[in-house]
Design a protein. Structure first.
Length: 245
């Protein structure tokens, strides 16, 4: 069944040593509210491996029911003078202790990429994850996703990785995509990096070159209560009181 969801992708800058508290606050303390009030699912919450990217950083990915679900989410959040849901004032105040800010993107999935419920049902999980931010000439994002489907996915999955998601960034000149891969163990990651110039990925490298694609790859680690780690959405029973964070 084609994936008709819409996603919010977030790079979050963390204050000092507060990444564990922030990840718990986002999963256990926010996800149950998001599901109940906004029908918004947690696709993933990850910590960036600092040696491979920006630090300290968290990456969040949220799944909504299409453009209508995204608009309803915005309406719920922004229909107040404060541009903030008043019922979440205490939650926002606590979150501000853990984060400085961040950068968000709206993502449209490739029709053939799986939803979070499908990934959980299929038992997809990684010891680490490869997060790739791909930059293309304007108008190139659809061609990149087509090439990934036809050439790249099979070649990379033969190396032991599993595609978690392939997305086109909206509200930009069709020039960015994001792919996320589950890696089962560290030796598989080593093999993937060593294969970047090897024969296993020759056809994929040539396809990327023909597309004029450039990319940045970083590694991510699941938050303790991330859905792909625990096999479900975080629940109210997972919460810690705000004064214990």
């Amino acid at each position: 069944m084609p994936n008709d969801k819409i996603y919010i992708h977030e790079f979050i800058d963390i204050r000092g040593q507060h990444r564990p508290q922030y990840m718990h606050h986002m999963t256990a303390n926010w996800v149950p509210v998001a599901i109940e009030e906004r029908n918004q699912l947690c696709f993933g919450v990850w910590g960036t491996v600092g040696s491979t990217g920006r630090w300290p950083e968290v990456v969040n990915l949220w799944e909504l029911d299409g453009w209508e679900g995204l608009a309803a989410n915005f309406d719920h959040e922004l229909s107040h003078a404060s541009l903030q849901d008043p019922s979440l004032a205490a939650w926002w105040a606590k979150a501000a202790e853990f984060r400085r800010g961040g950068v968000d993107r709206i993502l449209v999935p490739a029709a053939w990429t799986r939803s979070i419920d499908e990934l959980v049902a299929d038992g997809v999980r990684g010891a680490t994850y490869a997060h790739e931010l791909v930059t293309l000439p304007p108008g190139g994002s659809t061609s990149y996703l087509d090439a990934l489907r036809d050439i790249g996915q099979a070649a990379i999955e033969r190396l032991g990785l599993t595609l978690v998601g392939a997305f086109e960034v909206a509200m930009i000149s069709d020039s960015e995509c994001i792919t996320i891969w589950a890696i089962p163990d560290w030796p598989t990651w080593i093999a993937y990096e060593q294969a970047q110039r090897g024969p296993e990925l020759t056809a994929w490298r040539h396809a990327l070159a023909d597309l004029g694609a450039t990319w940045e790859r970083s590694l991510l680690i699941d938050a303790p209560l991330a859905p792909l780690r625990i096999g479900r959405q975080p629940a109210a029973s997972d919460r810690l009181p705000l004064d214990q964070l």
